[in-house]
Design a protein around this ligand. Structure first.
Ligand code: ATP
Ligand code: MG
Length: 260
């Protein structure tokens, strides 16, 4: 039996009179890559923010390993293992890739961020421990050649990869990636896709929002489709590609965007 890690039950988020997410229910199984797709403004990012507790649902709930996590503070949810990628703005541009990943470990630190900057004894111990873990993440994601590079010197693709590395520093059990391949060229996308596959192979469950349909179809075990805030389909990539409701939702969108 596949183990359910997440249960999204009747999740609803209203902004004023707009139902950004409307009564959405689905499950996520341990170790899978589940993609959430849908046209622009469908409610994908809002769904991710609800799952990671950056937003409070208007109604419905999110259950992680049988525990209700909706309503908890996002850093508590992250500590439990449900982590979304940091925005690029949380990268310290004047620091090296390695130092950025070390800082991202502060979520599980004994000392606080101020301690890191003032180099206290506790912070030194953390830095050593986190340095080792950062080196493992760097090796794991194949970032060794840029580890001493300043973040400000990174091309777009590697900056986003650093965002993923930072998220891994939180030792996620479920990792939520919102458009990780956005703005990437073909080679960068391939490289990042391999990272996502590696992360899955290491036992982390991955939730993905992505507009790059060929990438989604290749990488996903299952797909949930949202349109106007509502779930309209769920299934394996090959089922989703030929689902009439999905094709209708994407009408007006270029065929190759859906990969058909
Ligand atoms: N904080 C907010 N306040 C008001 N409306 C919002 C807010 N966040 C999102 N919305 C609206 O909710 C709807 C869903 O937005 P969301 O960002 O979840 O869509 P999305 O599927 O991620 O779209 P995209 O593919 O363009 O990223 C949109 O109509 C959006 O304008
Ligand atoms: Mg979005």
């Amino acid at each position: 039996m596949k183990k359910r890690v997440l249960e999204i039950n009747n999740l609803t988020k209203k902004f004023g009179s707009l139902y950004a997410v409307n009564d959405v229910t689905f499950e996520v199984y341990e170790g899978e890559i589940l993609s959430v797709i849908g046209p622009n403004g469908a409610g994908k990012s809002t769904t991710f923010k609800l799952i990671s507790s950056f937003l409070k649902p208007s109604s419905g709930e999110v259950i992680f390993n049988r525990e209700k996590i909706s309503g908890l503070k996002p850093h508590i949810v992250a500590r439990k293992g449900v982590v979304r990628t940091f925005q690029e703005t949380t990268v310290f541009k004047s620091m090296s890739v390695r130092d950025n990943i070390i800082i991202a470990h502060q979520l599980q630190a004994k000392s606080n961020l101020l301690g890191f900057f003032f180099n206290t004894k506790l912070a030194k111990e953390d830095t050593q421990r986190f340095g080792k873990s950062a080196d493992e993440i760097i090796e794991f994601l194949g970032l060794s050649d840029v580890k001493d590079e300043l973040a400000s010197n990174l091309p777009h693709g590697l900056l986003r990869a650093l965002g993923i590395a930072n998220a891994l520093a939180c030792k996620p059990k479920v990792l939520l990636l919102d458009e990780p391949f956005a703005g990437m060229n073909h080679d960068e996308t391939r490289r990042c896709m391999n990272m996502v596959k590696q992360i899955k192979n290491s036992g982390v469950t991955v939730l993905l929002v992505e507009h790059d349909m060929p990438a989604v179809m290749e990488i996903s075990d299952r797909i949930v489709v949202i349109s106007f805030g509502e779930k309209i389909a769920e299934g394996k990539p090959e089922e989703i590609q030929k689902n009439p409701k999905v094709i209708e939702a994407y009408l007006g969108v270029e065929d190759e965007e859906l990969g058909i």
